[in-house]
Write a protein of this length. Structure first.
Length: 390
């Protein structure tokens, strides 16, 4: 099953205090012996469950059944299909079983919490936007999708246009005409004829790309081609919806190998992502310094989440901090051990970053993970842009 933001939001709603959720991320990148990783993870999880007074005897028995189901399923499944580097499985005793095969490897890990540990998936979605890659020349065009590192060709979108070269046009315009094209006027007519064909070709490419966008949907567009001949003219033909989604461009020949096109597109996407991160952090710094709608640090961000103020939760990708979460109200804290909302004892959680990500998704807030060491986030680990101040 593929993952997207809608699926992530649906997954975050699978919360149950009665039936704890087991979240398993298993790196299966060949030739890795992932069965030994699985054995180690399940052993650690069993020890944590048995050594905790957080779970009733019935819950411990249910969790053991889930552990055995995971073990049996993965052993019977065998070596995953080609291209799969990560298995993500979310399961509990109430019948929830969500499984994702992903082409990007992450460290193997397992957790047992009331809700799914979705932060690794959120990081992947944040780092790998869904890109459309359009490569064109004066005669042909190709379209690819780039998502989670995978580069997929979509044949059949375009047909090669019969844009004539200079010789073919010259022959066709003179043959059987009883005349001859000489000098500058003939050259101009030939060039206008070629330009007209190229113009109609690029217009057709732009229209078909827009229909592809309407059908498939993608976050950003990357275009490739010859610097002077194609890219400016192609951009002039793009629908405004596509033009505002252009993340960058690269220079290439349409007949370059797919791997070469993929590497250029991936580099263009990564450059765009890093620039977006810098702009976001500049905005965060300016808002905070002017007393505007921004907070820095764990406690201010937790408070903003509590009051539903967060528009964009921003986390350093390396941020990890233990804390406490109320199993009933999902009240989060770094130190409070008794929920001020319901009075129940708070449960220890290994990573507040995961809990904050889940809460932000549940509040329909954006979540951005930053992969660069840039102030002010590098100093605070977590921050937020706000919808409103109180």
């Amino acid at each position: 099953m593929s993952i997207d933001y809608l699926k992530l939001e649906q997954l975050s709603e699978q919360r149950s205090n009665e039936h704890p959720m087991v979240s398993l991320y298993l790196n299966v990148t060949p030739p890795r012996d992932f069965t030994s990783d699985l054995n180690s993870l399940l052993h650690q999880a069993r020890l944590r469950v048995q050594g905790s007074d957080q779970y009733t005897e019935q819950q411990q028995e249910e969790l053991e059944r889930v552990f055995r189901s995971l073990e049996k399923h993965i052993r019977q499944r065998g070596r995953p299909e080609s291209g799969t580097k990560l298995l993500a499985i979310f399961a509990n005793a109430a019948g929830t079983w969500e499984e994702f095969s992903l082409p990007v490897g992450l460290a193997s890990q397992i957790s047992v919490e009331p809700d799914p540990a979705i932060r690794p998936l959120s990081i992947l979605l944040n780092e790998f936007n869904r890109y459309c890659v359009l490569v064109a020349d004066t005669r042909k065009a190709r379209i690819f999708s780039l998502f989670l590192g995978e580069f997929e060709d979509h044949p059949g979108i375009f047909m090669e246009n019969e844009v004539p070269d200079r010789v073919k046009v010259n022959l066709s315009m003179t043959s059987g005409s009883g005349g001859d094209i000489r000098g500058g006027l003939g050259d101009q007519r030939i060039q206008r004829h070629i330009d007209d064909h190229v113009h109609r070709h690029l217009r057709d490419v732009a229209e078909r790309t827009f229909r592809f966008f309407q059908k498939k949907g993608f976050h950003r567009l990357i275009i490739g081609g010859h610097k002077d001949k194609i890219l400016p003219r192609l951009k002039n033909q793009l629908h405004s919806y596509l033009l505002e989604r252009v993340a960058g461009e690269f220079y290439a020949d349409i007949d370059d190998k797919d791997e070469e096109l993929r590497n250029k597109a991936l580099q263009t996407a990564q450059t765009f992502e890093r620039e977006q991160e810098k702009e976001l952090l500049e905005r965060l710094q300016n808002e905070h310094d002017s007393g505007g709608k921004a907070v820095l640090g764990v406690e201010p961000t937790l408070e903003a989440l509590l009051f539903g103020q967060v528009h964009t939760l921003i986390l350093d990708s390396r941020f990890e901090k233990p804390g406490y979460a109320c199993p009933h109200d999902h009240y989060l804290s770094t130190y409070v051990q008794q929920c001020p909302v319901c009075g129940q004892n708070m449960a220890e959680v290994p990573d507040l970053g995961d809990e904050m990500t889940e809460e932000a998704v549940n509040q329909n807030a954006e979540v951005e993970h930053i992969f660069q060491d840039i102030a002010p986030l590098s100093e605070h680990g977590v921050a937020a842009l706000l919808r409103f101040t109180v």
